[in-house]
Design a protein. Structure first.
Length: 170
């Protein structure tokens, strides 16, 4: 018997787990809350990006930092931490990891020897070139879901939501 025929023969109470979950969300009203739906959307988008970067042993935070250092060589650690909303202890560990991999280099800042400036290494620049292609493919998957106008509107609305947090600089 085909899957379609089995589905037709199922009683209404024999819903799949996914169908029961959807019914619960609709019944409780959770599926109508912006924050709730946004959490699921974030999870789906983030999972897709994490999966795309995984073959390079890179997380989105690594990619973000490489992009910043490519655009602003010599940026201070503190500036990067503020831009990415990463707390200092976590940032130091992240930079240590990236330095060990040979994709960034840290040196005293030329204007303020108390702080560190960060630079991409040649290996970091080569990795970034590959990661940009991976990220473009990820963005194409997302963009396929929207018209150009819908995408622009979505970005504007999400930016407005992000500004609810005073420490976010989007």
């Amino acid at each position: 018997m085909s899957a379609a025929a089995k589905a037709k023969r199922r009683s209404p109470s024999a819903k799949t787990g996914k169908e029961r979950a959807r019914t619960l969300l609709e019944t409780t009203g959770l599926s109508r809350y912006v924050g709730f739906v946004l959490r699921f959307a974030h999870s789906a988008v983030w999972s897709d990006l994490v999966k795309a970067l995984q073959p390079y042993d890179v997380r989105p935070v690594h990619y973000s930092m490489l992009l910043i250092l490519n655009a602003a060589p010599g940026a201070r650690q503190q500036e990067i931490g503020e831009a990415l909303s990463i707390q200092r202890p976590n940032l130091v560990a992240l930079i240590d990891e990236m330095e060990e991999r040979g994709i960034v280099r840290r040196q005293p800042h030329p204007a303020d020897r108390r702080s560190h400036a960060l630079y991409l290494t040649n290996e970091g620049a080569a990795l970034l070139t590959k990661l940009k292609q991976v990220h473009q493919a990820h963005e194409r998957r997302l963009n396929a879901l929207f018209t150009t106008e819908e995408r622009q509107s979505l970005i504007e609305e999400l930016t407005r939501l992000a500004r609810l947090a005073p420490d976010i600089s989007v």
